[in-house]
Design a protein around this ligand. Structure first.
Ligand code: DOR
Ligand code: ZN
Length: 363
């Protein structure tokens, strides 16, 4: 359905409209962290999204039902009282994780999915999986019970060029997983390449992908524009322009295999602006506005709602949200920094102007 509303009496024209009314979206991939950072960032996500898939890569990863329940509680406590937000918890796969814990966690509704981090692929992934065969018994159980596997799709082999690590992961690891577990639900998280898009498109209805706002917005040149730009560094790293264009086509294609997942990954300013800066882009504060920019540029505003609010829940087998959210065409300048406890975090689009904003006091 085209929910674009024109401010005049003429028929709605996607792209020219002044207001967009969408079914409330969900974020199918977010890092909310813990402690004071959690308290500072949680409401940026909760004010836009009804639900979010919470990444389990805390300093001490979420590998048990008890840890997930306790983290869920801390998230709910961090969200403003007048905001309804459901965190969907994930379990961090390790070489030694018992299939029983995963099955029980899923059956009791504590875990929605499991996250596969190849060991040392990214932030807090040192407890990740060293060989995919080590989790085959868990994958077998997940396939049987219909529990989704969320994949960080990069090999960690230092011989493989960093820009090729996603494509090589598909070749060396994911193709075998999909062959060995043909009905396992798999989400290729934060797809960054045309190779990932092609892999997902060629797969069955059980294979999907999330796409971030930042990988839709810039290519790898952004990291080196006039100097080294740590706020454009994330993992998987942004690739060449041809890959960004493939992602934009996939996201706006109307295919239910591609849906919204921000991968918002806050790191405080000193951790980013450092001799060894952390990977991650904090896009939660303006995520929906950023996706709207891309969809408008692609002439696909009429497809934004399905990407943001329908394909994700359908893939996960969850009900669509009942509420709505409105975006209005009104320019806003993104702050250079946002406060986080006694320091700051630089948001995605810092210092830029965005032409849409979320309508306040929408009910
Ligand atoms: O850029 C990233 N940041 N990629 C990831 O996979 C992890 C995330 C984080 O947790 O900082
Ligand atoms: Zn992530």
């Amino acid at each position: 359905m085209n929910r674009t509303h024109s401010t005049s009496n003429s028929p709605p024209k996607p792209g020219a409209a002044g207001r967009l009314l969408l079914r409330q979206p969900d974020d199918w991939h977010v890092h909310l962290r813990d402690g004071v950072v959690l308290k500072s960032v949680a409401n940026y996500t909760a004010r836009q999204f009804a639900r979010a898939i919470i990444m389990p890569n805390l300093a001490e990863p979420i590998t048990t039902i008890a840890a997930a329940e306790a983290y869920h509680k801390r998230i709910v406590e961090a969200v403003a009282e007048d905001t309804s937000f459901t965190p969907l918890m994930t379990c961090y796969l390790t070489d030694s994780l018992a299939a029983r814990e995963v099955e029980q966690g899923f059956a009791s509704g504590v875990f929605t999915a499991c996250k596969l981090y190849p060991a040392n692929a990214t932030t807090n992934s040192s407890f990740g999986v060293t060989d995919i065969k080590n989790v085959y018994s868990v994958l077998e159980a997940m396939q049987r019970i219909g529990m989704p596997l969320l994949v960080h799709g990069e090999v960690t082999d230092s011989e493989v060029d960093i820009f090729d690590r996603e494509a090589v992961f598909i070749e060396r690891v994911l193709s075998a997983v999909v062959d060995d577990f043909p009905v396992l639900k798999v989400v290729f998280e934060h797809a960054t390449t045309a190779d990932a898009v092609a892999f997902v498109e060629a797969g069955g209805a059980n294979i999907a992908a999330t796409i971030t706002p930042h990988h839709l917005e810039f290519n790898r040149n952004a990291m080196f524009q006039g100097g080294i730009r740590p706020h454009y560094y994330c993992l998987p790293v942004a690739k060449r322009e041809q890959h960004r264009l493939a992602l934009r086509r996939a996201a706006t294609s109307g295919s239910p295999k591609f849906f919204l997942g921000t991968d918002s990954a806050p790191h405080v300013i000193n951790a980013k602006q450092s001799a060894c800066g952390c990977a991650g882009i904090f896009n939660a504060p303006f995520a929906l506005e950023s996706y709207t920019k891309t969809f408008e540029e692609e002439g696909a505003l009429d497809r934004l709602e399905a990407f943001a609010s329908e394909y994700g829940p359908r893939f996960y087998g969850l009900p669509l949200n009942k509420g709505t959210i409105a975006l209005v065409r009104q320019e806003q300048r993104v702050p250079d920094c946002l406060d986080c406890a006694d320091t700051q975090i630089v948001p995605f689009h810092a210092g830029q102007k965005l032409s849409w904003q979320i309508e306040r006091d929408h009910s």
